[in-house]
Write a protein that binds this ligand. Structure first.
Ligand SMILES: O=C(CO)[C@@H](O)[C@H](O)COP(=O)(O)O
Length: 226
């Protein structure tokens, strides 16, 4: 089958995939209790799916994924309220058409940087590979409306990084799909952990910009199976 003959993904498949992506957040120890959430854009539509608010990760099923319009309103009748961060995710989808997945976590090491308002410096090749430079800090914003979304879009537009540390809050990541957004959340936490460990040994050294550029270019365009 040629790539252009791959059948379009169904809503049911997207719901199941989003359950799996939330399971990955637990497996990678990026979330505890009901903190955090993930969403996925429904291709070729003005819709996205997002986790229901405050539901245990163990209890998530395809029907716990709430279908929303890009203004954040419900697109179907649902007994479950969508995530408290729905307006933030919706704002990202409206203003970054290239984004197909959004993830939010309170992963500990990255949150430590968010708590002090400090970017994660580009001191390891893995950070250059995935983020193309430091992982930036976004503004403080209250939870519940699109203020968080505005901060995400303002910080990540035109930036290589797919992760932002929202000040005094946590990590928001974006990707072309939900898998890519989860990957960015995993690697953001891994980066933060390594940098904090390095600081116990001495002063981490920032990689030269031309090396960062070369590493990013290779990882994004050459690494892995093409
Ligand atoms: O960041 C926050 C609250 O600080 C929220 O994102 C919660 O962590 C998860 O909320 P729901 O998605 O369950 O509404």
């Amino acid at each position: 089958m040629k790539a252009d003959q791959v059948p379009p993904v169904t809503l049911a498949e997207l719901r199941s995939e989003l359950v799996h992506r939330h399971r990955q957040l637990v497996d990678y120890r990026l979330v505890v209790w009901t903190a955090g959430n993930a969403s996925v854009r429904v291709p070729d539509s003005e819709l996205f799916l997002i986790k229901a608010s405050g539901v245990d990760y163990d209890a998530l099923t395809p029907s716990s994924m709430v279908l929303c319009h890009l203004d954040g309103s419900l697109a179907e009748e649902s007994e479950l309220s969508p995530s408290s961060d729905t307006a933030a995710h919706a704002y990202v989808y409206r203003h970054m058409p290239e984004v197909g997945g959004v993830v939010h976590t309170h992963s500990n090491y990255a949150c430590a940087f968010a708590a002090v308002g400090e970017p994660i410096p580009c001191v390891l090749t893995g950070i250059a590979d995935e983020f193309g430079g430091e992982i930036p800090v976004g503004p403080f914003a209250r939870i519940g409306d699109d203020a968080i979304g505005q901060g995400i879009v303002a910080t990540l537009s035109g930036h290589r990084s797919r992760a932002v540390l929202m000040a005094n809050h946590g990590v928001f990541t974006i990707g072309e799909d939900a898998k890519a957004a989860v990957k960015a959340a995993v690697l953001c936490e891994d980066s933060a952990r390594s940098v904090l460990l390095a600081r116990g040994l001495g002063a981490p050294r920032v990689i030269a910009q031309d090396d960062v550029d070369a590493l990013y270019e290779r990882y994004q365009n050459v690494y892995g199976q093409r």
